[in-house]
Design a binder for this molecule. Sequence first.
Ligand SMILES: [Zn+2]
Ligand SMILES: [Zn+2]
Length: 390
Amino acid sequence: MDDLDKRINDILADVVAWRHDLHAHPELGFEEKRTAAFIAEHLTSFGLEVHTGLAGTGVVGVLRNGNGPAIGMRADIDALPILEATGLPYASKNPGRMHACGHDGHTTMLLAAARILAERKPRGTFVFIFQPAEENQGGGRVMVEEGLFSRFPVDAVYGAHNWPGLACGQFAVHAGPVMAAFDTFEAIIEGRGSHGAMPHQGVDPITISAQLQTAWQAIVSRSISPTDPAVISVTQIHAGDTWNVIPDKLVLRGTVRSFDPKVRDLLETKMAQRAERICAAFDAVCHFTYTRRYPATINSAAEAQTAQRVATLAAGHERVVTDRAPSMAAEDFAFMLEQKPGAYIWMGNGSEDGGRNLHSPHYDFNDEVLPHGIRYWVMLAQSACDQMAT
Ligand SMILES: [Zn+2]
Ligand SMILES: [Zn+2]
């Protein structure tokens, strides 16, 4: 056990208590008032410079110690609109709100790293970014737009997420795409309602929607190279109220995922074209909207290598996975990586069984991950500083 392990061990009971406190008080995106106050209070008590109000409920803690590298480290702080079903003693006290993605754990690990780094004082500037509203509203984008990096300039920015399916104590990181670009769409098909027994008297939007879905899926299977990942998922269909009435109108909604910006452009253009043309072919009118939500999360090569080196130092070579396939899920840390070089890593959260799936009402962040994550963050800051010194 080295010095750092000893120190982490000393404060671990405190740190677990923070995690359980945050878990019991989950708040949705941009509503994280108590969470932000909790973070600001702790950062202040460690002696950091604290800035609140960035993107509403975002908090930034800064540790400055002379000349050296400037490194940003980011944790997300928001919860989800889920009714918790874990039955844990520290389960959510806010019904319908739940830390089901482990952001309580992310916040806790970065807070603990700030505490230890404030004691160790490596040379340089360390910016601890506590970002609101990761899940849906793009708090990362709002922080960037509100001047995160002009107010707190950094050479590189790093992020992390717990990952069920990777064993606790394992890390996964690679250069290039890690998480997909995330877009949403809506198609409103306006036909003309009629009697269910006399469809020829109307324009049936339900039949048209079936054609449209098939045509959209053929974009992925026939217009995009099989080696380029792309997903179109229709996740909502709304139309009709009874057995014998063809409705006037139908609404389709869903999500689109991709990595390559050219593939993303093609998906948007072809989906819009097919919606318009297929509806026109069947005498209906289509109102199609496509909304670009989060860009792809892409690790820069040098910083991915730094994260790999630090994870190897922290956990040992055999516990660092460098060839894990990217995920088609999305992450608004992408907005920070558009501005600065950096790397986003996955930290193992134990096996996928045992109720540890992200966004499940049975999920709980694995407290055994805490020391591994804290160790990674502290060593990342120290290593950036050592590298600068050599
Ligand atoms: Zn999530
Ligand atoms: Zn998450």
